[in-house]
Design a protein around this ligand. Sequence first.
Ligand code: HPA
Length: 275
Amino acid sequence: MEQLITRENVAEAVQAIQQKAPGFVPQVAIELGSGMGEMAAGIQDAVVIPYEDVPHMVPSTVQGHAGRFILGTLSGKRVICMQGRLHAYEGNSAQQIAFPVYVMRELGAPTLVVTNAAGGIEPSYQVGDVMLISDHINLQGMNPGVGVENGFGPRFYDMTHAYDPELRKLARDVAQRQGLGVHEGVYIGLLGPSFETPAEIRAFGIWGAQAVGMSTVQEVIAANQLGVRVLGVSLISNPAAGVCDEPLSIDDVIKAANVAAGNIWHLIEGVVAEL
Ligand code: HPA
């Protein structure tokens, strides 16, 4: 297995970004999920860097994911935003998915906001609802720490507060002020690309998961090795398989995400303002 997450590789990527945005030290990193990429237009004084221009980054191949870093200002803070993430179902390794998390930390960002579109396992969740992720279950069968020790943090590390409780409280408070109702729940990350079967969804519900998706967990595992604080936000884009009788389609997922993305972005703006 190729060891991608090394001091040398991360330093080369950091250098390439710093060349395009000299002196830029991000205060927050943001990763935008399916159908939310357009929101990055709200970042001011943007410097756009396609993943292809950054050594060791793989391009995004997914509909609804542009595949570029956007560096600029949001709510008065310097942010680095991933417009489009990398997924396991594209054939990416855990280290390829997690690599940009190391890069954004080395650039200086102590906080990571991750967003995704997710299926609602919890029957009371409606399409368009927002769920703050309180914890996750990694069912992707991979972990970015597998391989030789990368030296970026402990070999074995705690995941008790994988999603920072204080950040979540801040997000709850901001949402309340904005009049946005939010759920809190457990996200279960699967490999995809097939959606789940109703039997799987029933099982995940018994395990304590409220939402299901095909992303996020690798990046959050990486962030925890680095001591980066994580806020995770899921947009409920569809009822999960079998929760209602409709067949699932990626077009519906992206459409729902497009419609509700504004709410999540407004929430993120509010949270970033107070970091
Ligand atoms: N399952 C898995 N991933 C998803 C879903 C889903 O129902 N909706 C959006 N991403």
